[in-house]
Ligand binder design. Structure first.
Ligand code: ATP
Length: 308
């Protein structure tokens, strides 16, 4: 598992990370979401032993990134948000270099190289120079490098940045299958909707402070002061419109054919009251559907847009 305990990192006047704590249980995926300059990379670098916190501590499988960096590195794969390499290096050479740096030798190195090439879909590109790779393939190679020593914990810093829709979907599948194997994964992004489907929990960070740490559905519930709903009526809609007009919590009523959309002020218990009211009035409701608040809306609600 992975843990930050009251981590603060100050750069001059900037509190890049400000008293952040969270825990990612084994085998789960934690989405770390925040706008530019929020402090995601700094906290990930602290976990990955590449940066020291000003105060607090970070732990990988119970080992301190501050006091026990060598042992942490053996358990951890870090995919940075960008990487550079020599211009004429091929994919196989690049992976081989990191396999050797991680102490892999002989058959074990060959076996890990094969596994990574197959898992990331890079086998056909093995002899290609890295500079000739597409963005998606470069990201796969960078992920392969993070996986080469079979770490139990993965830290992926904006792995989906710059990828086309197909490559994003493939990346999500790769992350989910790694979690299914029992790996603990911390993955960052600017965009909540990009990670929501694959994360067990998300942390939202802005200006160094963790604003939320919850499941996506719980975040949705907490942020809901109103909810848009759609009902489908079997027959004329007059009775339904009349019933809805009696409820002070209902507004924005719109009707097209047999479909009525409206807004309910209040949380889930208010929505249930509305449904009861319609049933009591014998309105023939065939379908009752909540319009999911877009994840972009949720992100905008939780963050203020300030940068430091
Ligand atoms: N080495 C450094 N020296 C000075 N300031 C730094 C340093 N590293 C990060 N910062 C500052 O700390 C803050 C957080 O930066 P960080 O890179 O952690 O954010 P981020 O959430 O990863 O942003 P992005 O999404 O743009 O990559 C920013 O204001 C940044 O300018």
């Amino acid at each position: 598992m992975l843990e930050l305990q009251h981590v603060t990192r100050v750069f001059g006047p900037t509190r890049a990370v400000d008293d952040v704590s969270f825990l990612v249980p084994k085998g789960s995926v934690f989405g770390y979401i925040g706008p530019n300059g929020a402090g995601k990379t700094t906290s990930m670098r602290i976990l990955a032993t590449l940066e020291l916190p000003t105060s607090g501590d970070a732990f990988v499988e119970g080992l301190s990134s501050v006091n026990d960096p060598d042992r942490v590195r053996r358990r951890l794969g870090f995919m940075p948000d960008h990487f550079s390499t020599y211009s004429d290096t091929s994919c196989a050479e690049y992976l081989d270099f990191f396999a050797r740096s991680n102490g892999l030798v002989g058959r074990e190195r060959t076996r890990r190289m094969r596994w990574v090439m197959d898992f990331t879909g890079l086998r056909a590109m093995a002899e290609k120079p890295i500079n000739g790779l597409s963005k998606g393939m470069r990201q796969r190679l960078c992920l392969g490098r993070a996986l080469i020593h079979d770490p139990s914990v993965l830290i992926l810093d904006e792995p989906a940045a710059g990828l086309d829709p197909r490559a994003r979907i493939e990346l999500r599948q790769i992350i989910r299958s790694l979690a299914a194997e029992g790996k603990t994964i911390l993955v960052s992004s600017h965009i909540l909707s990009e990670l929501a489907e694959i994360c067990d929990r998300v942390g939202i960070i802005e200006q160094g402070r963790l604003l939320a740490n919850d499941t996506v559905s719980a975040l949705r519930m907490k942020s809901q002061f109103h909810q848009d709903l759609i009902i489908l009526i079997d027959g004329p809609t007059d009775g339904a419109l009349d019933s809805l007009s009696q409820l002070p919590c209902v507004s924005d009523v719109r009707c097209t054919d047999q479909t009525i959309s409206f807004r309910v002020e209040g949380g889930p218990s208010k929505q249930i009251q509305v449904l009861h009211h319609l049933c009591d009035a014998r309105v023939p409701v065939m379908e009752y559907r909540v319009v999911d608040e877009s994840l972009e809306d949720l992100f905008m609600k939780l963050t203020s847009g300030h940068v430091q």
